[in-house]
Design a protein around this ligand. Structure first.
Ligand SMILES: [Zn+2]
Ligand SMILES: [Zn+2]
Length: 273
């Protein structure tokens, strides 16, 4: 059940084998206290993407994060990595592991951790004991961390990209990442009997369908065509809405994809698996 309850109950996660996924950011941009770019916190120790929402965590909470799974290299999804690693690196005893497609890692190395935009924290404080390490992954990989499995799903975007399924022994949540029409995704989801939640982007309103197509995002019409390929019952939540178009886009989503009764994803929502 998604709720806006406080995250305090996360402390019990390990004992009950529940997995909690908290939305730290799900907007297509910034602007005011409620708009944060993409970041999901899984229990207390794993992030999926590291957009501006990560900045709302306390220093203590940041220091507990051991893994970040990235969907792609765009700034709205990676912007908090350099700042958080600098803030908590010296508080930690082991490196922060960033899991991403090889092409994503390459971009981060060349254009972000390049000693110009930011220091290369895979070399700091020493190459043998760094604050940050990269771990390449491929579409289809499954990585299990403390009884939670992260499956790498296909995505179609202007740069190499992926989505993720997070599951425990009970159920699964799928996050689409940034994607345009993604025909490879639906047969995979249709084979997931434990699928409970789908968090999927709809970055633009229908008026901007051409821009959505060009930038490989979805608009409500495209979302409806995507969901028509899904045969599993699932609760659908919409992310990455463009600031200034939120109400219009959600109206169009509810009209075009009404059979799914999609809800708007909001900061602070917690999904329990
Ligand atoms: Zn993107
Ligand atoms: Zn994005």
């Amino acid at each position: 059940m998604a709720s806006t309850h406080s995250p305090r109950r996360r402390a019990h996660t390990r004992h009950t084998a529940q997995t909690q996924i908290q939305v730290l950011g799900c907007s297509g941009g910034i602007g005011g206290p409620h708009l944060r770019t993409t970041a999901l916190l899984v229990d207390h120790d794993v992030l999926i993407d590291a957009g501006t929402g990560v900045g709302d965590l306390s220093l203590g909470e940041l220091s507990l994060i051991d893994h970040i799974f990235l969907t792609h290299c765009h700034l709205d999804h990676v912007v908090s990595i350099p700042l958080m690693v600098d803030s908590v690196g010296s508080m930690r005893t082991r490196p922060l592991t960033v899991h991403a497609l090889p092409a994503t890692i390459e971009v981060l190395k060349q254009h972000l951790f390049n000693w110009s935009i930011w220091p290369d924290f895979t070399q700091i404080p020493s190459p043998t004991n760094p604050y940050l390490i990269f771990e390449p992954l491929e579409i289809g990989d499954e990585i299990t961390l403390n009884q939670r499995t992260f499956t790498v799903l296909p995505a179609v975007h202007t740069v190499p990209a992926c989505g993720y399924a997070v599951r425990n022994t009970t159920s699964a949540l799928v996050f689409s990442g940034d994607t345009g029409p993604n025909p490879a995704l639906w047969p995979i989801l249709n084979q997931m009997p434990d699928l409970r939640y789908l968090l999927i982007e709809t970055a633009f309103c229908n008026r901007e369908k051409a821009l959505a197509t060009l930038s490989q995002h979805l608009c409500p019409q495209l979302l409806a065509q995507e969901l028509a390929q899904l045969t599993q019952p699932v609760r659908v939540f919409i992310s990455h809405l463009k600031p200034g178009e939120v109400e219009l886009t959600m109206e169009e989503v509810l009209h075009d994809a009404q059979a799914w009764a999609p809800q708007m994803l909001q900061n602070g929502m917690i999904f329990t698996l």
